[in-house]
Design a protein around this ligand. Structure first.
Ligand code: HEM
Length: 392
């Protein structure tokens, strides 16, 4: 979480416009990149990373960890400034603090809506969304903090989703001249954003499919598969091993305890390799156990992971008095607008020149006809934030 001091460093106080500080302008679009970080950490200029640029500064210290994440941070910081600028035009009498906090509140609400209404259903499927139940308003008895085992094991499920190659696509979804990028070359290398095409190629690589790769999945070439494996092996750190060790450092309860917490059968089948490794099911490390569970059909998680996800995401929503749907946080008209938010729109508004995107970016595009023109993607209409029109 960003401290008050950190958030102050990120703000632009030169004019009372509620903006975040900007860095270099990306010339082709005239849109800003993130500012550079002044002090340590200096990971970005270490020679083995091949980067000649300082790290970017953003609201989370991990923003430089890999380029696709850096691109997403750039996208959302631009969204803050876009919203603040529009609010300022609608309400010229608002001071810088009011503009900053209202823009921050709107951007936070969009993130909540996209996460819970568009992303989570892909992970939890219908069964999980049923378990999550509909929102019933703020519950002061719910602890909205992050569960230790969630951060230390469960949500690290994301480490199994990372592609060993970051695709970098031009506006016709072909490979950029600098090529796609093996993941290990994407760590802490902000200079690749400055020198190798800005953020758009990376973003298109996340939601689109490279034109040349538009083939039935079973025909994806052996050559590509080999490329993936060789790059995966060249990553120096073993993240899976770190996840296991971190679980032990934190002394999180064993897998079998979570089976009980989740009302699942506590008798865990531990066969062959598992017995050789652990001797008894009570010793199984939590992260690998979660990753080894069979997926519930129509979801991306096994039963124990599902239970932890639902528990955590429910608490984050129900125990948050600023939750965007909590009555009184926004006016009904504002809430109606916020429910129009989509990551597709944020990409259209804040990419350098993204003109085409699928309506639901969490479903990978396969064919050219999957894309819509940005003009077809709805936008949150900020006019309901004009003082005169509140509640209309
Ligand atoms: C290329 C992509 C990624 C890399 C290189 C990466 C790397 C790391 C590293 C080095 C840590 C610290 C490990 C430790 O010392 O315990 C970490 C923590 C973590 N990662 Fe990732 N990660 C990536 C993507 C993701 C994704 C996609 C997710 C979830 C969707 C995720 C979830 C987490 C969580 C929850 C933690 C623990 C954070 C905390 O305790 O506060 N990571 N990751």
């Amino acid at each position: 979480m960003t401290s008050l001091r950190e958030s102050q460093i990120l703000r632009d106080y030169s004019e009372p416009r509620g903006l975040l500080r900007t860095g270099l302008l990306w010339v082709p679009s005239g849109k800003p990149l993130l500012p550079f970080s002044a002090g340590p950490p200096t990971e970005c200029t270490r020679s083995e990373q091949g980067s000649r640029s300082p790290c970017f500064l953003a609201g989370d210290h991990r923003a430089n960890e890999q380029l696709a994440l850096t691109a997403m941070h750039t996208l959302w910081f631009r969204e803050h400034n876009r919203v603040a600028t529009e609010l300022s035009a609608l309400n010229p009498h608002w001071d810088g603090d009011t503009l900053y906090h209202e823009a921050r509140k709107i951007v936070g609400a969009q993130l909540q809506h996209i996460t819970y209404s568009h992303w989570l259903p892909k992970i939890l499927g219908e069964p999980g969304m049923k378990m999550l139940q509909n929102y019933q308003g703020y519950n002061p008895n719910v602890n909205a903090g992050i569960i230790n085992s969630f951060a230390t094991a469960a949500f690290r499920f994301g480490h199994t989703l990372i592609n060993p190659i970051l695709y970098r696509l031009n506006d016709t979804f072909g490979e950029i001249p600098e090529g796609h990028l093996p993941l290990h070359k994407a760590f802490f290398s902000p200079s690749r954003i400055i020198e190798e095409g800005g953020i758009d190629p990376l973003l298109r690589g996340l939601f689109g499919v490279a034109a040349k790769l538009r083939v039935p999945s079973q025909l994806l070439s052996l050559e590509l598969t080999e490329k993936l494996f060789s790059t995966a092996h060249s990553v120096a750190l073993d993240l899976a091993a770190i996840n296991i060790q971190r679980g032990r450092d934190h002394g999180i309860p064993p897998y079998t305890d979570f089976r009980v917490f989740c009302n699942l059968t506590s008798r865990v089948m531990c066969v062959h390799l598992c017995f050789r490794l652990y001797g008894t099911p009570g010793n199984i490390d939590f992260w690998p156990a979660l990753m080894a569970e069979d997926l519930i059909p129509g979801t991306r998680v096994g039963p124990t992971l599902m239970c932890l996800f639902v528990t955590q995401f429910q608490r984050l929503r129900d125990g948050d008095r600023f939750w965007y749907e909590n009555p009184g946080v926004f006016t009904p008209a504002q809430l109606t607008q916020l429910k129009q938010a989509s990551l597709a729109r944020v990409l259209c508004d804040n990419g350098d020149n993204i003109q085409q995107v699928q309506a639901d970016v969490f479903v990978k595009a396969q064919y050219p006809q999957d894309y819509l023109s940005c003009s077809e993607i709805p936008r949150v209409d900020l006019r309901v934030w004009q003082d005169c029109c509140e509640g209309q």
